[in-house]
Design a protein around this ligand. Sequence first.
Ligand SMILES: NC(=O)c1ccc[n+]([C@@H]2O[C@H](COP(=O)([O-])OP(=O)(O)OC[C@H]3O[C@@H](n4cnc5c(N)ncnc54)[C@H](OP(=O)(O)O)[C@@H]3O)[C@@H](O)[C@H]2O)c1
Length: 304
Amino acid sequence: MTILITGASGQYGRSVTDKLIARGLARELVLLTRKPEKLADRTTVGCQVRYGDFDKPSSLAAAMQGIDRMLLISGTRVGKRVAQHKAAIDAAASAGVKQIIYTSVVGITPQNPAIVIRDHGPTEELIKASGCAWTILRDQHYADAMVVNMGPNYIRSGQWLTSTAGGREALVWREDCVESAVAVLTNAGHAGKTYNITGPELLNFGDIARMLTEVSGHEVKLVETTDEGMFAMFDAMGIPREPVDDQVVSGVPWNSNDMVSFEAAIRGGHFAIISDDVEKLTGRKPRGVRQLVEANAAMLRAAK
Ligand SMILES: NC(=O)c1ccc[n+]([C@@H]2O[C@H](COP(=O)([O-])OP(=O)(O)OC[C@H]3O[C@@H](n4cnc5c(N)ncnc54)[C@H](OP(=O)(O)O)[C@@H]3O)[C@@H](O)[C@H]2O)c1
């Protein structure tokens, strides 16, 4: 069976590739990238690396030849990804790809104000209408985003500004999302299913600020503000409002329109979703936020 992975040079893509190689599947993997030189290390272990760009549909038609399953890792241009995903889905359907596995997000409803919903909802519909078999992995908010990406910024400033007003989520380790994807990619029986990939407990940002304080030894105070206050903070950090491809500012690879709308969605309870799908798929319980904070203790202590 041949598996194509989009976004294979990214954090999620590298992790899923590592795990599939560890299972002896290197020769069955085709890795998509705009810059094949980034994945030169993969060719030495037997993976194929193919050029492909979501913005250049003709490159995708060639890249999808001979593929059984495609792991479509959602793109990074938040709010503007449907055309990119459509290009990949259309190319897969034309090339006869049998199954598309897609990394979506939990909480897709018409009422959810998070901008990411505008990408993932229509993409799920396009996949279901493609004629390919499909599996949707609806990932919760990554715990990594708040602990590893934003955590050092909160520790340095001593405060965690939020407009979530105590709203809760079951934050999940990206590794648990990846391991769930590996289970789907390497087993039968998941076609036509949608899974909620969540962590083990509903927490608010105050809970996580306390964990950061205890483990790092530096006080992180949670400070409630408005959406305007959130924009002011991200603007001061130099984070763009609109997505900019391949840009990371202060450890944060996202844009503020995305993040502020995400806070509003948490505040409205749209991401208060918890499930046992990680355990169903991987055979073990998902890891919690406290474990991720502890696993990053040295980095967090050194942040200030
Ligand atoms: N649930 C959550 O909380 C959460 C948080 C963060 C991210 N995510 C999702 O997870 C996805 C993966 O995140 P990540 O951290 O792995 O991202 P990342 O490390 O920034 O990697 C992004 C990947 O996207 C690929 N890419 C970008 N533009 C492309 C284009 N035009 N055509 C083809 N490929 C393109 C890049 O490939 P090349 O540069 O090699 O072409 C790269 O491999 C994100 O996009 C997002 O949808 C979810």
